[in-house]
Design a protein around this ligand. Sequence first.
Ligand SMILES: [Zn+2]
Length: 345
Amino acid sequence: MVDFNDNSHRRYNILTGEWVLVSPHRTKRPWQGKEENVVNEIRPSYDAECYLCPGNERAGGHINEDYTKPWSFVNDFAALKKDVPLAKFKSGLLKAESESGICKVVCFSPDHSLTLPVMRVEAIDDVITLWQKEFKNLSDKADINHIQIFENKGDLMGCSNPHPHGQIWAQRTIPQEVAKKNKQLREYWHNNHSSLLGDYIKEEQELKERIISENENFIALVPYWAVWPYEVMIAPKKQHRNILTLNTEERLDYARIIKAVTIKYDNLFKISFPYSSGIHQAPTDGQDWESWHFHMSFYPPLLRSATVKKFMVGYEMFATPQRDITAEMAAKTLRNLSDIHYSNL
Ligand SMILES: [Zn+2]
């Protein structure tokens, strides 16, 4: 049998139907690429210049509430706007259609200096509670059929403001990444009458090779088909189509595992670890998405140190994503890291 740990191979992503090229033999090659500067800045709890701190004025003249818990507002520079008239355009091979939606900003904490890994579990639980409230309110709107909750953390991910915050973009159509998963999840449900992701989690629990953290209700693992070097997926063990059906204990376990994963991330290179994270949930288009199983993915750009970034260029732009270290190697590294944040050691 071929040893996949030492030979190039490709792996199938059951959730999207796409492939990733894995080249583990390349991990020994010398690195002479770009290194990023590391800035481990200590930030104040309040910054008078920050447009997300409580009581401050934002561009456009809005004044932030004097909030003490997670707080959200409509993005002043939203990519999607409400009340866009429905229209389709077609001329020869050119095709377009109008798109409408609502973009919100979610401040995780009034404290400018914090990040998810150093927030208390109860405070992360408050963030999830606000996500639930937003998801419910947005999903009740007839013209909102998909809700994307996400966070861009760190300059490397293009996030210009270090204040702990994420975003929600809700829209009329189903975006591409989710449409791929709709198809895969539905097909598996049709053929097997069970959750594709639920069955995958059971396999991972038997193998134990890619799990990095686990509690009673949630699991965190490096997916078999991970593209980013230290990509992680968090999912509930029991099938939930979206975050609304989590009970209090499940919600707390979700908060605990978010904290556990982001602490390991920070401990990896002893920096505030950059990533994009997002929650994929069943569309809110009124269909019965019995096949859906919500999950949260973390896509971090760092590769072998705090200063070496992975770029998706060349072959990856033109052909298919590629990685060097295997999902198992990444999982082992993350699993073995301390569960206590390095700043407290
Ligand atoms: Zn701030």
